[in-house]
Design a protein around this ligand. Structure first.
Ligand SMILES: C[S@@+](CC[C@H](N)C(=O)[O-])C[C@H]1O[C@@H](n2cnc3c(N)ncnc32)[C@H](O)[C@@H]1O
Length: 350
């Protein structure tokens, strides 16, 4: 059971916090998550342990963590882990002229060091992670998505995660990556839900009791070892405490899990029962163009989806644009609220 934190639970798009003035680094996290990360290190973390990020890519997330640390006057290191190996599919969105497998660490460092020079960067595979630098207050994860990597990450860091530490996970609410939420759900009352970032897939959980590293490797962490009844009960427990929007985003994880357990009929029945909103429909349509169509053919058949969105078609373009507008809205709101605050302050000082 992943209950809401007794110390206060926050669901926000963090638009009120605004975005720090940092270089525009290519990356994969949304505006609300960027604002959340800057807020975390500026206002939330109390400096009672290290700030560690696993899965930096070129540093879009890192510059926001770094900007928050700089704003808080922190001079302690920001610890960063990534394999830093260029992959062919990155080139479809960004061309740095790197060969497959070549290190992009120099690009990462060039992006982040101007914001916070106190970086300690480790290039390694998640299965080789190590940590010997004492307690961690804030652990931000955006690389471990599959069971072996999630287990290795938890096993590495859980000895230094104390009650009160925060573990932030990108993609927690992204249903195709449901293993992450499932494993965290298995930690039971050792963790509690503290932050849910709106219009995003990011969640922060508070450590309530020491985690035992070997629990991270336990058989019950393996989604495919669950019986269908255990899966259903696990998903009820995981989804119940979530706010509505987050529950909707993660909800189809149950359906993929049941399908992966060989329960296609049950998964299709659960899919038929769902009230699928516009955003979720769009996501299924997008996924229809990925390898998931081959992994879950029965689900895509149930949805009548045989093709991916095509930006050359007018109706698809309109739907893609609607999705983009949602993403663009957050910084616009942040700027507007910032301006209003400045005007209010001006008015108050007269
Ligand atoms: C989704 S990206 C991170 C995005 C980043 N947080 C941002 O703001 O743009 C995932 C990162 O995890 C790293 N990664 C994935 N699997 C890894 C592994 N097994 N070992 C080390 N790094 C890994 C990739 O190199 C990539 O940079």
């Amino acid at each position: 059971m992943l209950a809401r934190s007794p110390d206060g639970f926050l669901e926000s798009d963090f638009a009120d916090e605004g975005l720090p003035d940092v270089p525009d680094v290519p990356g994969m996290i949304s505006f609300p998550t960027q604002a959340y990360y800057a807020w975390l290190t500026r206002s939330f973390a109390a400096g009672q342990g290290a700030v560690v990020e696993v899965g930096t890519f070129l540093g879009r997330s890192t510059v926001h963590l770094a900007a928050g640390m700089a704003a808080a006057g922190r001079k302690d290191p920001l610890y960063c882990y990534d394999g830093f190996r260029w992959q062919p599919h990155y080139a479809s969105t960004l061309d740095l002229g790197l060969a497959d497998g070549e290190s992009f660490q120099p690009h990462f460092e060039a992006n982040v060091r101007p914001v916070h020079p106190h970086l300690v960067v480790t290039a390694c595979d998640l299965l080789d992670l190590h940590w010997q630098r004492g307690p961690i207050e804030l652990l931000v994860l955006d690389a471990p998505k599959q069971l072996p990597e999630i287990s290795a990450t938890l096993a590495t860091f859980s000895p230094v995660l104390r009650p009160g530490s925060l573990v932030v996970m990108e993609d927690f609410l992204y249903f195709p990556a449901y293993t992450l939420a499932w494993v965290i759900g298995r930690l039971g009352d050792r963790v509690s839900l503290q932050h849910v970032v709106r219009e995003s897939h990011t969640v922060g959980v508070r450590i309530e009791a020491p985690l035992e590293a070997e629990r991270a490797q336990g058989v019950d962490f393996q989604p495919l070892r669950a019986t269908p009844a255990e899966a259903e009960a696990g998903w009820d427990a995981l989804l119940d405490p979530l706010p509505d929007d987050a529950r909707t985003r993660l909800g189809p994880g149950r359906i993929l899990h049941l399908y992966d357990l060989g329960e296609e009929d049950l998964a299709r029945a659960r899919l038929r029962e769902r009230a699928i909103g516009d955003a979720e429909q769009l996501e299924w349509e997008r996924l229809a163009g990925t390898h998931l169509q081959h992994r879950y053919p029965g689900l895509f058949a149930e949805l009548g989806l045989r093709r991916a969105l095509d930006p050359r078609r007018a109706d698809d373009r309109a739907r893609i644009w609607r999705q983009l507008r949602r993403t663009i809205r957050a910084p616009y709101l942040a700027a507007r609220r910032g301006a209003r605050r400045a005007l209010d302050a001006l008015g108050a000082s007269r």
